[in-house]
Design a protein around this ligand. Structure first.
Ligand SMILES: [Fe+2]
Ligand SMILES: [Fe+2]
Length: 342
């Protein structure tokens, strides 16, 4: 269980709060006015600052900047003026606010939402690699793609799909989030299908690269908060052919190239770019498409919350005729994994 850090402007009150909380979680109380920063990697942060002076806010912001990793829940305890506290909490990026008497319930809710530090670290590492090596605009080689794939496969094996997806859902760049989600789903799906490690690697690699052509789509379209217009959709749809063109002749095999070009093809012929139908769409491509559709459904965007795993699976099931029915059924164990371990 990760450490709880309580930042307080009254060390005695802070200690009392933790004692009353009676948690078995390791805790550390940090005095807001102590300039020495503790060497910690907390999994949960609570601030207990009664006198919200401008100096206190500056100190709080500095402490959080140093000790709060991305995705770590932060509970802001409200003393006195609720409206002012709420506004400050928002500016400081608090996950939740609560009065002192509601602290226990608020913490229980936050603890359920916390992501283990190791998972956050592995996800950040994969994102770095994805951003700087795979999606930097430089040519993509099989060696680079293999290294990125190994990062994802190992992370999903070690941390499980549930925590990985929650960590990746925190990423604000839509394409990084999407590709790392789809790759992780492919790794988990391969496991559910009982594929050999080489086939698992192969499928995960295709999923990681499937949207590589989006480097040619303007960022305003990729990250647009809302529905695309017709002309924006036309531009967005070029990514499948662009990605294929980027990878042809770079040493990738035909099945990967087909997945990049054809992952938006539908069995009923309504997909793009080539309007393939039925058996014209290879099984390998169909596998990537199922992961792609499910990944898009569970993505988190600033303007909407992510769909729950079971709800997303209901939509997948409703796409019978467009997606491969056998693969939809086979995907169920992956979708079922989208609930917290009890
Ligand atoms: Fe795509
Ligand atoms: Fe995609």
């Amino acid at each position: 269980m990760g450490q709880l850090l309580l930042i307080t402007d009254d060390i005695q009150r802070g200690r009392r709060l933790l004692r009353d909380l009676g948690t078995r979680r390791p805790c550390h109380v940090h005095d807001l006015y102590d300039d020495a920063m503790p060497a910690l990697d907390p999994a949960l942060i609570v601030s207990d600052v009664e006198a919200l002076t401008s100096e206190a806010i500056v100190r709080l912001r500095r402490t959080l900047a140093q000790l709060r990793d991305e995705g770590v829940p932060y509970l802001f305890l409200v003393h006195g003026n609720a409206a002012r506290s709420e506004a400050q909490a928002q500016v400081l990026g608090a996950t939740a606010t609560a009065g002192v008497s509601q602290m226990l319930g608020a913490l229980e809710r936050l603890q359920g939402a916390s992501i283990p530090a190791i998972v956050r670290m592995r996800a950040a590492e994969a994102r770095q690699f994805f951003q700087h090596a795979l999606f930097s605009g430089q040519p993509i080689t099989p060696v680079l793609a293999d290294a990125g794939t190994d990062l994802v496969v190992r992370a999903v094996c070690d941390t499980g799909i549930y925590d990985w997806v929650r960590a990746v859902q925190k990423f604000d760049d839509a394409t990084h989030q999407h590709c790392l989600l789809v790759a992780a789903l492919a790794a988990a799906f391969s496991g559910a299908l009982g594929l050999r490690p080489t086939d698992r690697h192969h499928l995960t690699r295709a999923a990681l690269l499937h949207d590589v052509g989006k480097v040619h789509v303007p960022i305003e379209i990729l990250n647009k908060p809302g529905r695309l217009t017709h002309s924006e959709t036309v531009v967005m749809r070029t990514h499948a052919e662009c990605g294929h063109a980027m990878l042809v002749g770079a040493g990738f095999d035909d099945s990967l190239l087909a997945a990049v070009r054809s992952h938006h093809e539908m069995i009923d012929g309504t997909g793009y770019p080539d309007g393939l139908r039925g058996r014209e769409i290879p099984d390998f491509v169909r596998l990537v498409t199922v992961c792609d559709v499910y990944g898009a459904l569970i993505e988190r965007r600033p303007y909407r919350t992510s769909m729950s795993g079971p709800d997303a699976y209901d939509i997948l099931q409703s796409m019978t005729g467009q997606l491969d029915d056998d693969l939809i059924r086979a995907f169920k164990p992956v979708a079922v994994a989208f609930k917290p371990a009890s």
